[in-house]
Design a protein around this ligand. Structure first.
Ligand code: IMP
Length: 431
């Protein structure tokens, strides 16, 4: 019996989708605990490409239960579009396979408009959000004025909360952001239609997960974004608005920390970041372009080109610490093939001093310069390697050095986008 949390160990887009997809075969329930449709998993199933923003990729596996926990913010329009597309593609034949926490908060149309209008006005202070209303929805949740799924299912409560919300949001939209206000009717009517579709999926998911655990079922908690985008532990304020670290798996689902047995961090063999904010190993040169092209580093949610750079062991060590990682899944190793040399950042210099921990102050991280260790690269196609022995020696040396610098064992190496292009070293579900 093992319950496993999977989180991103960098700035998101680490290839969690594929790893979660592989681990799903060992789990009974796949549970999302934070974020919303700012996430995006591109999955290659057979030769088919499936993009999911909200619903766990476990939904593609028959017999698995997918749970969207209380820590997620849900855009009903996007959720309904995803279930419609999944059904059209022959998935989600049984609606009871998908369950929404009745306590999760809803993304409302004004959240999206406020997100976009704020970003448009922010100039150089722009966060580079996905524009999906995530931040404003979490603000309302923390401000104790959010609208939860259970409110939507009670038309009187929904009408009351929506009226109260619009009094404030329309003032913000019109007078602070110079944007269009909403009428009560346009949102109420639209959301009452959504309510009828969502009703059958709503439940007390904390209780349900508890019952499943008592029955000996295994849970996989699927994180979105990454450690450095965590609202508390990330490069604030250039972060998302939720707890992307392992602790979020408990607060975002109502499952106790004592029920978590393994925490696996996903990290690319290099590094990427979307949106603004510090990125010490960023490469703004042709090597960065080569990584972007070889790794197809364009966002699956917004299509934006991702910023690319070398593997940062300072970031990885930090992710090991704040998440208590029991293992690392190293992804996209194949993208580094063909480079004459590869570099790993082992520390930073700041004003003449050497730092081996990531500093908390944004102003300091922004001025940190990476200290690199250079290793010889490797040639050839490594996507067919089924074990470490089948990799070129220099690729094996690279993996060993990454493991040594991070301080956590590597449990999986991904050598290509397909499910079968993976070297599994230890299965966290089997301890
Ligand atoms: P928000 O989550 O839309 O508020 O965006 C806040 C920051 O998180 C921005 O820098 C986004 O680019 C980043 N972000 C949000 N979701 C993802 C993701 O799934 N992958 C990578 N970056 C993300």
């Amino acid at each position: 019996m093992a319950n496993v949390v999977i989180i991103g160990a960098q700035w998101g887009d680490e290839g969690k989708g594929k790893v979660v997809d592989i681990y799903t075969q060992f789990a009974d329930d796949v549970v999302r605990f934070q974020g919303g449709n700012n996430a995006g998993h591109t999955l290659v199933v057979g030769d088919e490409k499936v993009i999911l923003h909200l619903i766990p990729s476990g939904i593609l596996h028959a017999g698995k239960r997918c749970v969207i926990g209380n820590g997620v913010v849900l855009d009903p329009e996007v959720f309904i579009r995803e279930i419609t597309n999944l059904k059209a593609a022959g998935y989600l034949k049984d609606d009871s396979a998908l369950i929404l926490s009745e306590s999760l908060h809803l993304i409302m149309p004004y959240h999206k408009r406020i997100d976009l209008a704020r970003e448009a006005k922010s100039g150089h202070k722009k966060i580079g959000t996905t524009g999906r209303g995530i931040g404003p929805a979490y603000e309302d949740k923390t401000g104790r004025r959010g609208i939860r799924l259970m409110d939507l299912l009670d038309p009187k409560a929904f009408a009351r909360k929506l009226k109260d919300a619009l009094e404030e949001k329309n003032l913000i939209l019109e007078h602070l952001l110079g944007d269009k206000p909403f009428t009560f009717e346009e949102i109420y009517d639209e959301y009452m239609v959504y309510a009828e579709t969502l009703r059958i999926y709503a439940a007390d998911t904390s209780l349900l997960l508890h019952q499943d655990m008592k029955a000996g079922k295994k849970l996989l908690f699927e994180g979105a974004q990454g450690t450095l985008l965590d609202i508390d532990h990330g490069t604030y304020p250039f972060v998302t608005s939720s707890s992307t670290c392992a602790g979020g798996a408990c607060t975002g689902t109502g499952v106790s920390p004592r029920e978590i047995h393994e925490v696996i961090g996903i990290s690319k063999a290099y590094a990427t970041r979307v949106g603004s904010g510090p990125f010490p190993t960023e490469l703004e040169d042709e090597t960065g372009d080569a990584l972007r092209n070889a790794g197809r580093e364009f966002g699956s949610t917004t299509g934006r080109p991702r910023r690319c750079g070398w593997f940062d062991a300072v970031v990885a060590r930090y992710a090991v610490r704040v998440n208590g990682l029991s293992g690392i899944a190293l992804t996209k190793l194949d993208v580094l093939s063909g480079l004459e040399a590869v570099k790993i950042c082992t520390g930073y210099t700041f004003e003449g001093k050497v730092l081996d921990e990531i500093p908390a102050q944004l102003e300091v991280i922004e001025k940190c310069r990476p200290i690199y260790e250079e290793m010889p690269g490797w040639e050839g196609d490594i996507t067919t390697a089924k074990s470490l022995d089948e990799l070129p020696e220099n690729a094996r040396n690279y993996i060993n050095r990454v493991e040594e610098l991070c301080g956590a064992p590597i449990v999986l190496v991904s050598v290509g986008p397909r499910r079968d292009e993976t070297i599994i070293l230890r299965n966290p579900f089997e301890g």
